[in-house]
Design a protein around this ligand. Structure first.
Ligand code: PLP
Length: 452
């Protein structure tokens, strides 16, 4: 960092401050973790200087021998870790992985067969007019994914996301009473919608998913079954989700991030059955820009780490801690959506403390706890203010915390929520604005929580 500070002192200083921030605050953001030093070192080097469009041993640039070996190793380790037929490790993020997967499915399922039907074997021969007529004939394809307000991700067909421009987007919700997925209702909806893609996976659903059942629904209605395991990939790698709860066996295409429970570098990946491999490998340059060789190197390192038996123990502990924290929150009088958790995350309802999610989030941050607000299913406060908090255990589990610490964390959260109230509107502020965002917490509580 001394070198960096010679050129850009503000950057060097902020890196040091970020280290201090992550060491002095309790990290409960469900999508974050602490990557290993080896992963970080594999990422921070001269590999960033190389262009490598294409895929291993099939590039548009010269001099890719070393990147070929690194990327091929990352793919091999990913297949070994997840028992996948094929891996594609280039997506720069989870959102990129989803875009690449959608494009690959459209290419594999729609464009090629449809073109062959009208006698065109080489799509590059198509004139613009012919291309438009093929598209007009096919109409828009449908995607059916978990509603954003029930814990789905924006890229799963949220109306303002590009995914809803690529597809006619439909969504299923959780059950209003239980907050759980209702597979019979999803089956009925899938029969009506007849989607090209049935998508399972979430950013904020506290339970495991029966992927066997979802794949049966998909295949019954002729849909491709896709799973976005961005959040719980580490629980799959660590063999916590097995049998009907294991997505890679049941899905045609699986996307993921590599930086959440999987504890690798920030990035994305696609795993798929052989039938989709050729389409998936065309992600760069058809969808994404040049691969990031340094990040692919770090992905290879992280997959090697996750293949070690210790990672299985880590994954089990994440879930044990999540269950323990949810129970402890309930014991402290904090309502927990669905009554608990069987993955790495839970959703707390903070409205009984007279707060919205935004207020609770900022009060806890002031007291040394970093987490994020999250809408609860059918949330009257909407996605900005929200009624809930999303809490995850991947990062604190990496630090070695266990059930006792989970009780302590629940008691700190309860202490802060019980001693925080919305701030009064001050002169010049619009009614309803400031009070929805600002809070006042008892200063003695801020001190106590910080010390604990
Ligand atoms: N898919 C899911 C389920 C996610 O939760 C996220 C991010 O939180 C993404 C995709 C997008 O990942 P990224 O932020 O790496 O683009």
């Amino acid at each position: 960092l001394q070198e960096v500070s010679q050129v850009a002192p503000a950057v060097a200083s902020r890196i040091v401050h970020e280290l201090a921030d992550q060491r002095t605050h309790l990290k409960l953001i469900a999508s974050e973790n602490f990557s290993s030093l080896n992963t970080q070192l594999a990422m921070g080097n001269l590999l960033t200087d190389k262009y490598s469009e294409g895929y291993p041993y099939h590039r548009f640039y010269a001099g890719c021998d070393n990147v070929d070996s690194i990327e091929a190793l990352a793919c091999e380790k990913a297949c070994e870790l997840f028992g996948a037929d094929h891996a594609y490790v280039q997506p720069h993020s989870g959102a990129d992985a989803n875009l690449c997967a959608y494009w690959a499915i459209l290419n594999a399922k729609i464009q090629v067969p449809a073109l062959e039907e009208i006698g065109i074997t080489n799509p590059s021969d198509l004139s613009r007019v012919q291309w438009d007529s093929v598209r007009a004939k096919l109409g828009n394809q449908r995607i059916l994914g978990l509603d954003y307000y029930s814990g789905g991700h924006l890229t799963h067909g949220y109306r303002q996301n590009v995914s809803a421009q690529m597809f006619d987007a439909y969504s299923y919700s959780v059950d209003k009473e239980t907050g759980l997925l209702d597979y019979d209702a999803i089956e009925k909806q899938a029969e009506e919608v007849k989607p090209l893609i049935l998508l399972a996976g979430y950013s904020a659903y506290p339970r495991k998913i029966n992927f066997k059942r979802m794949s049966e629904i998909a295949h019954k209605v002729g849909a491709v079954f896709m799973v976005d395991m961005a959040h719980f990939a580490g629980l799959v790698a660590g063999k916590v989700f097995t049998g009907e709860f294991e997505p890679v066996y049941w899905a045609d295409v699986v996307t993921t991030t590599t930086h959440k429970t999987l504890r690798g570098p920030r990035g994305g990946m696609i795993l798929c059955k052989e039938a989709y491999s050729e389409s998936v490998d065309k992600g760069c340059p058809l969808v994404i820009g040049g691969p990031l060789p340094h990040v692919m190197a770090a992905k290879a390192v992280a997959f090697c780490e996750a293949l070690d038996d210790s990672f299985k123990l880590y994954a089990q502990k994440i879930v044990e801690n999540s269950k323990a924290l949810a129970e402890a929150c309930l014991a402290e009088g904090i309502p927990v959506a669905t009554g608990g958790s069987d993955n790495h995350l839970m959703l707390l309802d903070v409205t009984s403390f007279g707060l919205n999610g935004r207020q609770a989030e900022s009060a806890l941050r002031e007291c040394g706890v970093t987490l994020n607000r999250n809408a609860l299913p059918f949330d009257p406060n909407g996605p900005w203010y929200t009624s809930g908090l999303r809490i995850g255990t991947p990062a604190v589990t990496t630090l070695g915390m266990g059930k006792e610490e989970m009780k302590e964390i629940a008691s700190i959260i309860a202490l802060v929520l019980k001693n925080t109230r919305p701030a009064r509107i001050t002169k010049g502020e619009k009614a309803g604005q400031a009070s929805k965002a600002k809070t006042v917490t008892d200063p003695a509580v801020i001190k106590e929580a910080g010390e604990r």
